[in-house]
Ligand binder design. Structure first.
Ligand code: NAD
Length: 252
């Protein structure tokens, strides 16, 4: 949290998606203002309306997180229009296609690194630069359990999420002497458009994605509540952590 009298401003990228929406609504309970950034303007606007209904000020911004220029611009816009960013959920991500590695398309691999890795890097860079001026803030990167294991058919996604964990750990050390904290949340499969899309593709290509049919998928709010904890002062000594939210599936 940002500390001081004012509740911190929350920012969530990919805020128009399933997990981003749940995070935005949790941040609305902790912050007096929430910015929702998404490349899908309509989705971001719809979530901004929900945030306002929940009683917080909201700002929807259309931007591509993989663009340095657009990232600098949305960070500037959020601080100018809402105030200093205290909580940053660096959450936007894409899944790509399901294909065995020897058939995996080069362009999909490049796109995943561009959005899931470069996008997370740029968000960290520009938000940390602001937070350093105040010496405080909480950042939560959305990685995945694909950051700590292999998954057949998902070369680009798995490589990109391992990189998100590496960025989290490095950023956490770079800010360790301040009251800024950088952590990662690692969801397993969550009831969402993304997982329906991946599981549909996996069925078509006969690649099995689920490790344990006995463990139910999580819900977007299960991820959001861990993000809220990591953003809170309750997690004041948690930095550089990889917080798995998968109902135990990764252990199976
Ligand atoms: P989603 O597709 O519903 O949401 C992702 C959002 O990010 C979308 O609204 C999309 O428009 C936006 N986005 C994509 N590329 C963007 C870009 N370049 N710039 C700006 N916005 C962009 O997916 P979700 O399930 O809500 O996923 C959110 C995060 O959680 C992702 O990082 C994903 O990898 C991760 N995750 C999801 C699951 C799952 O089961 N759904 C599991 C583990 C991790």
């Amino acid at each position: 949290m940002s500390g001081g009298d004012r509740p911190p401003v929350g920012l969530v990228t990919g805020g128009g998606g399933d997990i981003g929406r749940a995070i935005a609504l949790r941040l609305a309970q902790m912050s007096d203002a929430v910015a929702i950034v998404d490349r899908d303007e309509t989705a971001a606007g719809a979530v901004a309306q929900l945030v306002e209904k929940a009683g917080a000020r909201a700002l929807a911004i259309r931007a591509d997180v993989s663009s340095a220029r657009e990232t600098a611009a949305f960070v500037e816009a959020v601080e100018t229009r809402l105030g200093p960013i205290g909580i940053f959920a660096n959450n936007a991500g894409i899944e790509g296609v399901v294909a065995p590695l020897h058939e995996y398309p080069d362009e999909t691999f490049d796109q995943l690194l561009q959005v899931n890795v470069k996008g997370v890097f740029l968000g960290l860079k520009h938000v940390i630069a602001r937070m350093m001026q105040r010496g405080t803030g909480a950042i939560i990167n959305t990685a995945s359990t694909s950051a700590i294991r292999g998954r057949a058919g998902l070369a680009g996604y798995v490589a990109s999420k391992h990189a998100v964990l590496g960025l989290t750990r490095t950023a956490a050390l770079d800010v360790a002497r301040t009251r800024i904290r950088v952590n990662a949340v690692l969801p397993g499969p969550v009831e969402s458009r993304m997982i329906r899309e991946l599981e549909g593709q996996a069925r078509d290509s006969a690649i099995a994605l689920r490790r344990s049919a006995a463990i139910a998928h999580g819900r977007p709010q299960d991820v959001a509540s861990v993000v809220a904890f990591l953003a809170s002062d309750e997690a004041a000594h948690v930095n550089g952590a990889a917080w798995v939210v998968d109902g135990g599936m990764t252990l199976a």
